[in-house]
Design a protein around this ligand. Structure first.
Ligand SMILES: Nc1ncnc2c1ncn2[C@@H]1O[C@H](COP(=O)(O)OP(=O)(O)O)[C@@H](O)[C@H]1O
Length: 196
């Protein structure tokens, strides 16, 4: 664990994020570390990805658009509806360019935390799930999700995607294909393991 880097990021988060977002981000990082330990994954990578996953979440649309101009994205940057999706890709870019993170699995976990994608690594699953179950999340069923996450990353990730797809449908906005592919892939993997 690079303690200087973590201290620097924590200071920047404290200075730059709203109090609520800061609490969320620290909750995600702690939850990710715990899940990594429970599932035999690298706890330091999980903590770092958790700390950085929402680093660009509070940026406005114009700033996100400008910061993503050089990135290849799986959606139209000019479509304002996609504002919520940009922060994950810009966040990974900041992690690499501003904080010098070279660990591709960490960068990928930051990129994947909103849309998800097919064939996610355990670290990607951990960040996706931690974002939805960290201690400051309160919604019906969250305790069941927390319990599920201790047992199976695949099952918990599927439940998280089911939930975020339901919300997206209710809001009447277009669902990105990557999320559908991610869900289908999780179903296949769970079936292979002999799950329901
Ligand atoms: N699969 C998807 N397709 C299109 N938009 C999505 C999808 N998933 C999430 N979004 C958009 O991104 C926003 C942020 O999602 P997310 O990061 O999961 O929520 P939160 O900020 O609560 O963690 C959603 O409110 C929605 O507008």
């Amino acid at each position: 664990m690079n303690h200087n880097l973590v201290d620097r990021i924590q200071q920047d988060l404290t200075d730059g994020l709203s109090p609520l977002r800061l609490t969320h981000v620290l909750g995600v990082a702690d939850t990710a570390r715990q899940l990594a330990l429970q599932h035999g994954q690298d706890a330091d990578q999980a903590y770092l990805a958790g700390l950085l996953h929402d680093i660009a979440r509070e940026w406005d649309y114009e700033r996100l658009k400008a910061a993503s101009a050089h990135l290849t994205l799986p959606f139209d940057r000019e479509d304002r509806q996609n504002k919520e999706l940009l922060h994950a890709f810009v966040g990974a870019d900041i992690a690499a360019r501003h904080y010098g993170v070279t660990d591709e699995p960490v960068l990928q976990a930051i990129r994947s935390h909103t849309l998800a994608r097919a064939a996610m690594t355990p670290l990607e699953l951990i960040i996706l799930i931690s974002d939805k179950i960290e201690p400051n999340r309160h919604y019906p069923g969250v305790d069941d999700l927390r319990q599920l996450a201790t047992q199976s990353l695949l099952q918990a990730a599927l439940a998280c995607l089911n939930q975020s797809l339901t919300i997206t449908i209710k809001r009447g906005i277009a669902i990105h294909l990557w999320t559908v592919e991610a869900r289908n892939d999780l179903l296949t993997q769970i079936k292979k393991q002999g799950g329901p």
